[in-house]
Design a protein around this ligand. Structure first.
Ligand code: HGY
Ligand code: MN
Ligand code: MN
Length: 418
């Protein structure tokens, strides 16, 4: 008999906690701007830590600023069942990306606390540092250090556009912990998240059982042409870095369409030097983000971008330095974790489907070293990385109930009962 099958989370308390975190780093248009390791990120982290301490969790901060809030189990020698996500946002982020996964995990643990349920294995809530990779690139850096994908010294040395390093910012906001990142074990990781895409809403499904994540590659492109007078420089022979960048950006967009239906490509950042209306731009910096669920196709896309960028630069006498700063292979999640999510969804009777994540997540790093899967819920119009991002309270509550019951199932010692 499953003594905990009747448990349900408090959807209102979950919603209220999401709205409380959203007060830190409010955006201009109803969303959030809480970039990694800013004062706003610190304030949201501090509130989260207070909430966890109120229900008796023990807090551990590692040296990448990852927060682990532990609720003891009957057998604390067992590796913990961990649930969580990230609190940092995009510059024009929404209230739910990342935050939902952290607070759904908190709500699940609050529900255990309210009902005096002791699990066999301990459970932990995790907040991963700098998932978004907006202020400090690349993304999922701290979960990447945990998974051994990135060296800690490399991650510490990454700087933002003002030259502030991650390690200095971790220290400044008081989250440079003393536990080496990657040292604490994870028995299984579950991450609840809004889908950030249109599939669940289009198919009228409340729960996404996530089987893996697509691959992605990030590049920095630096073009060097020649500053020159906009009025007196004849068109032939100009080395206009911005015109060349525009041709490259059109090629990058067309390339994704060539590899339809799964390929995507984005140029999200661009800067022009000297950025003066009557000087031909001599320098341009822009970023490239390409993704595909198939590693072979992603490699083909990458090879074509590298070849075509060099050819376009050569045609215009502009020097282009193209640096690959991140190569993230597609991942498959753990069958037992997927099964636990599917069983919880079935127990609760929610409509559902399996899908591969289009967005990257910390779970896509941690799955390299621990059994992992994700639970998706729909978001309006599939919109995310946009201040208009929104989700239905009922869907958020449903995903949180699935998280609770999947955690309970995984926390059962093979011999014991939760
Ligand atoms: O880029 C991503 O997929 C994630 O939202 N950081
Ligand atoms: Mn996210
Ligand atoms: Mn995001």
């Amino acid at each position: 008999m499953n003594e905990t099958a009747h448990l349900r989370v408090n959807g209102q308390r979950l919603w209220d906690s999401i709205m409380s975190i959203a007060e830190f780093g409010p955006g201009q248009h109803g969303g959030s701007c809480r970039l990694a390791l800013t004062d706003e990120d610190r304030d949201g982290r501090d509130l989260f830590v207070r909430w966890c301490e109120e229900i008796g969790c023990r807090i551990t901060i590692d040296d990448m600023g990852n927060i682990f809030a532990r609720r003891a189990g009957r057998n604390n020698q067992l590796a913990p069942i961990v649930a969580g996500s990230h609190l940092d946002t995009q510059p024009h982020g929404g209230k739910f990306d990342g935050v939902y996964g952290v607070l759904a995990a908190l709500e699940a643990v609050r529900t255990l606390h309210d009902n005096n349920v002791t699990t066999d294995a301990p459970v932990e809530i995790v907040v991963w540092t700098n998932e978004e990779g907006s202020r400090f690139a690349p993304a999922m850096i701290a979960s990447g250090v945990y998974a051994g994908v990135f060296e800690k010294d490399y991650a510490w040395s990454i700087t933002d556009s003002d030259g502030n390093s991650m390690v200095d910012e971790l220290r400044r906001i008081g989250y440079l912990g003393d536990v080496p990142c990657g040292r604490n074990p994870i028995g299984a990781l579950l991450e609840a998240h809004i889908e950030q895409g249109p599939i669940l809403e289009a198919n009228n499904r409340q729960i996404g059982i996530v089987t893996g994540g697509q691959g992605q590659r990030w590049y920095d492109a630096r073009l060097k042409g020649q500053d020159s007078h906009a009025g007196s420089t004849p068109m032939p022979g100009r080395r206009d870095a911005l015109v060349v960048a525009a041709e490259m950006i059109s090629m990058i967009q067309a390339l994704a369409l060539d590899f339809a239906p799964h390929a995507v490509s984005t140029v999200g950042e661009i800067s022009v030097i000297p950025n003066s209306r009557n000087t031909i731009p001599g320098e341009v910096f822009f970023t490239i983000d390409i993704r595909n669920p198939d590693a072979k196709v992603l490699a083909q896309m990458a090879a074509q971008i590298e070849t075509r960028v060099a050819a376009i630069a050569g045609q215009h006498g502009v020097v282009c330095q193209l640096d690959e700063i991140w190569d993230k292979a597609p991942v498959e999640f753990d069958p037992d974790c997927i099964a636990a999510i599917a069983a919880a969804t079935h127990l609760l009777g929610y409509s559902n489907q399996q899908l591969v994540s289009g967005a990257g997540h910390d779970a896509c790093q941690v799955c390299l070293v621990a059994p992992t899967s994700m639970i998706f819920v729909p978001c309006a119009g599939g919109l995310s990385h946009n201040e208009q991002e929104s989700a239905e309270p009922g869907d958020l509550e449903a995903g949180c109930n699935v998280l609770l019951h999947a955690m309970l199932a995984l926390a059962k010692n093979r011999q014991g009962a939760a």
